[in-house]
Design a protein around this ligand. Structure first.
Ligand SMILES: [Mg+2]
Length: 290
């Protein structure tokens, strides 16, 4: 770890940020120590680093510790953080940030069972320069959602997705299908294939049977048109979508839209009006293909 980064050091090294001439090494018998590091305040003057060890266990259900390290003495000292009782296995210190005169220490892996589903939440703690705890964000975790959830998964089967990655998508699908009650699947390229709707899924939640006939379509990548089809054709009552459910659309794509007659601004407002919450998961692309 570097004691002090200055523009004078960075400029000739073109961004090489580790001092290999006279390195300072901190050693701490904590699991994951060094996974996250941040200099804080005017680090070159105060010479202090904040170092996370997000896998280190402590008291019951306590995961993650954060240390203050002094390059002068080469010693580190744990910073006590007051955690709420429901911050179970939160991986404290997995992410750290310094901004202005404050520090943010986060533990983003608080697992919480809500009915059949497992939700992952987290807490962050705002510290001042003296490492005093100013506040907790959020103050309390959100309550379990009371509404049912309908999830539509839209997978990119165009030619730019490597067959191996398409296989990984199917594995991912079978894993998440084990966790949700109401699910529908469409694959797209420049063609569109509804593999099963909500009704068919509820009748048989066997991922192996439902995914057996899912083969990669190949071809161009009409992502915007596919989103429009999901909104108009899958989130419908005759396909088993429920009016009172939270609607979620997850798109898995490499992000390279090709040959599509529609653009995202053509279709996103319609999804917005239908109250569909949208997420995208990126996969690597072989962009010489479609
Ligand atoms: Mg493509």
């Amino acid at each position: 770890m570097d004691e002090c980064l200055t523009p004078a050091v960075l400029a000739p090294s073109r961004g090489f940020s580790v001092d290999v001439e006279v390195p300072i090494t901190f050693k701490e018998a904590a699991v994951g120590f060094g996974q996250s590091v941040v200099q804080f305040g005017r680090a070159c003057l105060s010479g202090l680093l904040l170092v996370g060890a997000p896998l280190q266990t402590g008291e019951v259900n306590e995961t993650g510790k954060v240390y203050k390290c002094d390059p002068g003495s080469k010693r580190c000292q744990e910073i006590p953080i007051q955690r709420p009782p429901d911050a179970v296995n939160m991986s404290l210190g997995l992410s750290l940030a310094a901004r202005d005169s404050n520090l943010l220490v986060c533990g983003p892996t608080v697992h919480r069972a809500c009915g059949e589903n497992m939700y992952v939440n987290g807490y962050c703690f705002l510290l001042d320069q003296s490492l005093r705890q100013l506040r907790r964000i959020p103050d309390t975790l959100a309550e379990c959602p009371r509404r049912a959830t309908d999830i539509a998964l839209l997978i990119d089967g165009s030619g730019s997705i490597a067959p191996m990655d398409f296989g990984k998508m199917k594995t991912f699908l079978s894993e998440i299908m084990k966790r949700f009650r109401s699910f529908t699947l469409m694959q797209y390229s420049h063609r569109f294939r509804e593999h099963f709707n909500f009704l068919q899924y509820r009748k048989s939640r066997d991922p192996d049977r439902l995914l057996r006939s899912v083969w990669q379509l190949t071809g161009a990548t009409h992502t915007a048109t596919a989103i429009q089809k999901v909104v108009r054709e899958l989130f419908t009552s005759w396909n088993g979508a429920r009016d009172d459910a939270t609607k979620i659309l997850i798109v898995i794509t490499d992000g390279e839209k090709t040959g599509d007659p529609l653009s995202y601004p053509d279709v996103i407002p319609e999804a917005e009006r239908a109250g569909i919450i949208r997420y995208a998961i990126g996969v690597s692309c072989d962009c010489a293909e479609n």
